[in-house]
Each structure stands twice: as structure tokens, then as C-alpha cells.
Ligand binder design. Structure first.
Ligand code: PMP
Length: 429
């Protein structure tokens, strides 16, 4: 129950704390736990919310406009599925393509196409301009970074703030370096910080196309667009409208999917973009596929056909996730609200809570927890090239374990942070 005020503690006090915490840690080791807070996946309970999609077509494979979804074709997806994407992203149906099961695939394809062929026709390929760089707000989503790394696109980091990426820094970097061809954004319930971009941030991002070099494209990954936990969610400003107002329609490409709405492995993914971007995306896509899985698209359309069905469904997800988030926050508050051992923000949606240890301790904490049977996302994963310069960020993903498991895992997590912090303070004393 003591406040761990490390800065003012005597060496004797630190040693006493270390002894107590080490004894507690040994007790945990003896329990041989096997808990996992690593990946942002829905729990089985959440997946089950969508099981009624199975068999929902009941032999009727024809869409309202007469498309037989069993057959080939329809590169941009069936109208009913595109309408779901239009709903989620707030973009006209004509500017939405409904694809396969993964928005990550669409992001990879978009980046590969922009790089090799260009999204504005002849002469617009990034590869023709030499070095290609991308801005990455940190901490962020590891799979975004892997896409850039795989395609040989150099990543530059920019700090996340409570209103989104540090826009002063973003504007300065982009104005100074035309080889920066874009920026990754998770604008709502950002992975992992949970931040929702402010209206001003959205407006300034929409304006980047006016100050950047040629063929600049923001990858607006709205993976958590409808994944609210609060009854009164913050609204994200509409970037499509903001771009129209700024005359930069081509500079932002949006993505979303139903991976964390229906079945994570068999949802429907969406890309939304200007006419020009979509035209050149489809041109290249047509060489990769004859069309998406329209049967699955129609299943989704039927499942969400009723007015308000989608938001009612998301409320069921929230009811399952909320107690897990609450447990994480409860433990963090109890352990760290009266000391400076860690910082975090409470997220009102999404799949993560981001925690910052004192500098230099994230790897240590992840190792201590792992040895005690609580798996955490590797420290550094939330930064390009896996390198957190401060070694302080840890991503907590509480959706898969049960509430009881989250409780148990968080007790261990808190203990590991305390132990690592006290040991560091002792070493520095
Ligand atoms: N974007 C973000 C920000 C994510 O967190 C995730 C999943 N963790 C994805 C994309 C993956 O989306 P999909 O399943 O549609 O490929």
C-alpha cells in the first residue's frame, strides 16, 4: 500500500521495496501462469455474435440488382457491401470498393501499386523518384511498419499527441522533404494509444496535399471507426469532406473492414478514395483477381440489413470488451496514479491500452512478465524497425482473455513494472 515515490526514497527504502516485490514475484513464478495480452483479436465470445451469418443466405444468391454472387466478376464489390463501407467511412458509395477479407491486404496492394505504377497514371510511380519515405506516428501499428519495410520504403517517426500526430512536426517535415510520399494514420482509437484525432488535426491532414511533394498519399486506416466503448463516443471529423474543401481529394486513401465486427478471419474489407485513385487501384487490381468473395459480402449485407443493425451489433461487442478495459484501467490507476512509474491514457474504444514505463524499462518489464507466464507484445513492436528509442512503450491487448484472466495478468503486470522500476532506481542510486 506504500506509494512508490522512487525519486525521494533512501537506498534502504529502495532495498526494502525490492525485497518485498521480489518475494511477491517469486510467488507468482510458483503459480506457473499462462496468460496472454499480446494481440488485438476478438474473443470467441465476440466472434459468436456473428455466427448467425452462417447459412443466412438460405439458398438465395441473387442481389437486389440481380447479381448472382456465386459467379466471377464485380471487381468493386456488390452495391450492398459497398454501402456498408460507405456507412462506416462516411464516403459516397461510388468512392468505395468492397474487397476480400482483409484491409491490410488492401493497404499493402495500394502501397505496392503507388510505388510501382502510381495512383495517378503515367509518371506517378513513387519508385521513379528515388528514395521513398513515409511518416509514421509513434507508437503505432506494427503491421503498417512491416508493409513499408517489405517494400523498401524508409520510415520517419513523428510523435503522437492527445489530439493525433504532432502536426507542427508533420507539416515541417513534409514541407522540407518532397521524398516523403505519405503518412500512416489510425484516426480513431489509434492503435495502440486510443487517441481520436481532433477536428483541427483532421483539417490539417487534409491540407497536407497542398504542401507535400508530388503523389503524396495519407493511408487513413480507420480500423476502429465504429468500435466505441462509451455511449457518448467522440466523433471523428470526415476527412473525405475535409479534403474536398481543401482541394486535395487525391491525397487521402481510407481503409476499414469488418474484421472486428463480424468474424476476424472472414470479414469484408473496404477502400475508399477519390475517382482517380480508385480508377488506378482497380486497374492494377484487375490483374490480381477477377473479383472478391461476393457470397461473403452478401452474407454481411443480409446480416446488417435492418436499420440500426450495425450499431446494435457493435453495442454487443462493447458490452463484452468494456469489463476487460475497466480491469486494466483499475489496476493501472491503483498502482500508478500516485507515483511516476508509468503513464497511460484511458481509451474509449478500439482494442488497446498503451502504457509507458520510465525510460529504459519496457523490455525488462515484458521479459519479467513473460517469465512469470504473462505474455505481452514485444517491447518496441509499436515503433518502426522494432526500435523504441525510449524503451518505454508497452501495448496491452485485453480482448481475448476472460475478465478473470485480465485481472490476474494485470496484477502480474503491475508487479513487474514496480519491480523493474525499483531495481532501476537502486542501480542508479
Ligand atoms: N489496421 C489496424 C490499425 C489494426 O489494428 C488491424 C488489426 N489489428 C488491422 C488494420 C487489420 O485489419 P484487417 O483484419 O482488415 O486486415
Amino acid at each position: 500500500d506504500t506509494t512508490l515515490n522512487l525519486s525521494n526514497a533512501s537506498v534502504e527504502q529502495l532495498q526494502e521495496w525490492k525485497q518485498q516485490l521480489s518475494a511477491e514475484y517469486d510467488n507468482v513464478l510458483a503459480r506457473k501462469l499462462n496468460l496472454d495480452l499480446t494481440r488485438g483479436k476478438p474473443s470467441a465470445e465476440q466472434l459468436s455474435l456473428s455466427d448467425a451469418m452462417d447459412g443466412i443466405l438460405a439458398g438465395d444468391y441473387i442481389t437486389a440488382s440481380g447479381i448472382d454472387v456465386r459467379n466471377y466478376g464485380g471487381l468493386e464489390g456488390i452495391p450492398e457491401a459497398r454501402a456498408i463501407g460507405s456507412d462506416i467511412l462516411g464516403v459516397p458509395v461510388e468512392n468505395v470498393l468492397a474487397g476480400g477479407n482483409s484491409s491490410l491486404t488492401l493497404m499493402y496492394q495500394t502501397m505496392a501499386i503507388a510505388h510501382q505504377f502510381g495512383l495517378a497514371g503515367e509518371g506517378s510511380a513513387w519508385s521513379q523518384e528515388g528514395t521513398v519515405k513515409f511518416l509514421c506516428p509513434v507508437p503505432g501499428y506494427d503491421r503498417h511498419y512491416s508493409v513499408c519495410e517489405h517494400l523498401g520504403i524508409e520510415m520517419l517517426t513523428v510523435a503522437m499527441t492527445s489530439t493525433g500526430p504532432d502536426m507542427d512536426q508533420v507539416e515541417k517535415m513534409i514541407a522540407a522533404d518532397p521524398s516523403i510520399k505519405g503518412m500512416w494514420c489510425v484516426p480513431k482509437y489509434s492503435n495502440p494509444t486510443g487517441v481520436v484525432y481532433s477536428d483541427e488535426t483532421v483539417e490539417r491532414i487534409a491540407n497536407l496535399g497542398n504542401i507535400a511533394g508530388k503523389n503524396f498519399r495519407v493511408f487513413w486506416d480507420n480500423a476502429y471507426a465504429i468500435h466505441d466503448l462509451s455511449d457518448n463516443p467522440v466523433a471523428l471529423a470526415n476527412i473525405f469532406e475535409a479534403c474536398k474543401a481543401a482541394g486535395t481529394e487525391d491525397s487521402v486513401i481510407q481503409f476499414a473492414s469488418t474484421s472486428k465486427v463480424t468474424h476476424a478471419g472472414s470479414g469484408v474489407a473496404f477502400i475508399a478514395a477519390s475517382d482517380t485513385n480508385l480508377k488506378f487501384f482497380k486497374l492494377a487490381l484487375g490483374f490480381m483477381t477477377i473479383g472478391p468473395d461476393k457470397v461473403n459480402q452478401l452474407r454481411h449485407a443480409k446480416f446488417f440489413a435492418a436499420d440500426g443493425a450495425l450499431s446494435a451489433h457493435m453495442a454487443k461487442h462493447a458490452a463484452i470488451i468494456k469489463p476487460r478495459f475497466a480491469s486494466v484501467l483499475k489496476h493501472l490507476e491503483a498502482a500508478f496514479s500516485d507515483n511516476d512509474l508509468g503513464e497511460w491514457e484511458s481509451a474509449d474504444g478500439g482494442y488497446f491500452i498503451s502504457f509507458d514505463t520510465r525510460p529504459g524499462l519496457a523490455q525488462k518489464v515484458v521479459k519479467l512478465a513473460g517469465d512469470a507466464g504473462v505474455k505481452l507484445t514485444p517491447a518496441g513492436a509499436t515503433f518502426p524497425y522494432g526500435k523504441d528509442p525510449q524503451d518505454s512503450n508497452i501495448r496491452i491487448a485485453p480482448t481475448v482473455p476472460t475478465v478473470d484472466q485480465v485481472e490476474e495478468a494485470m496484477q502480474v503486470f503491475v508487479l513487474c513494472v514496480k519491480l523493474a522500476s525499483v531495481e532501476q532506481a537502486l542501480a542508479n542510486s
